[in-house]
Design a protein around this ligand. Structure first.
Ligand SMILES: [Fe+2]
Ligand SMILES: [Fe+2]
Length: 246
């Protein structure tokens, strides 16, 4: 039967059959990262030009209207993701894809019903099952847009976990594209240090401790290492500013 659910499953099958490639060469990237992170940290931050990308601005407004994400969260994670990618040794020409992917990371929530997306309170297991489909919906939305092809890994893979316990595909370790491994650390950091409807922001030191605890479980240990080094060495307002409203 051609139900919307079957349609989604057919997309997943298609992707599993040869969709997003498993990244190669990230070991090399990491070696470069460890050797050069401190040097790169001293360089000026990557400049994020939101204003010239009108399509991205439109998406961001749409996400905010639908209450999928706030523009401020999107802006912060875009900036931090590109900074971390730069510190990890990702080439400058790739940053734009990290930027777009971070901006659109929860675009798939457009496919989640209001009754779940805006529910004031905890979700049931059945509702979580639907919520966990948002990376697949993101794939469905973005895959047909050629210029976003390289940005897709973040919206599609940002809930995968290093130990293989994530979703939607249960990818493990370096099977998870580097962009998604970098982004997931930044996204969790920003979420925990921000004011959210039912949670107070965590102190930065507690968030750092949490990232260390989840290193090797939820997160790529090498990404956590470079991110913590960034947090420690960053002297400007950006990483160490106090918790702020979302
Ligand atoms: Fe998400
Ligand atoms: Fe997020």
């Amino acid at each position: 039967m051609n139900s919307p659910q079957n349609h989604v499953f057919s997309i997943v099958k298609q992707v599993d059959a040869g969709g997003l490639p498993v990244e190669k060469g990230s070991r090399r990237l990491e070696r470069v990262a460890c050797a050069g992170a401190a040097r790169r940290m001293r360089k000026p931050r990557p400049v994020i030009d939101f204003e010239s990308d009108t399509l991205m601005q439109g998406w961001m407004r749409a996400l905010e209207e639908r209450e999928c994400e706030t523009a401020s969260h999107c802006r912060r994670v875009v900036e931090k993701t590109v900074q971390l990618a730069a510190a990890m040794g990702v080439e400058e020409k790739e940053w734009i894809h990290f930027q777009r992917g971070a901006l659109l990371h929860d675009i798939g929530k457009m496919g989640i019903p209001n009754s779940i997306l805006l529910k004031p309170g905890p979700l049931t297991e059945a509702e979580w099952e639907i919520m966990r489909m948002h990376p697949v919906y993101a794939y469905r939305l973005i895959a047909p847009i050629p210029y976003l092809a390289k940005a897709l890994t973040i919206p599609y893979c940002h809930h995968e976990k290093w130990d293989g316990s994530g979703y939607p595909r249960g990818l493990k370790g370096e099977q998870i594209p580097l962009a998604a491994r970098i982004f997931s650390v930044v996204d969790v950091y920003d979420a925990l240090t921000s004011e959210r409807p039912y949670n107070r922001p965590w102190p930065v030191q507690e968030v750092k401790a949490y990232l260390r605890t989840e290193s090797g479980r939820m997160f790529d240990p090498r990404v956590v290492k470079v991110f913590l080094a960034l947090l420690d060495q960053e002297t400007s307002h950006y990483f160490d500013r106090p918790a702020r409203p979302n």
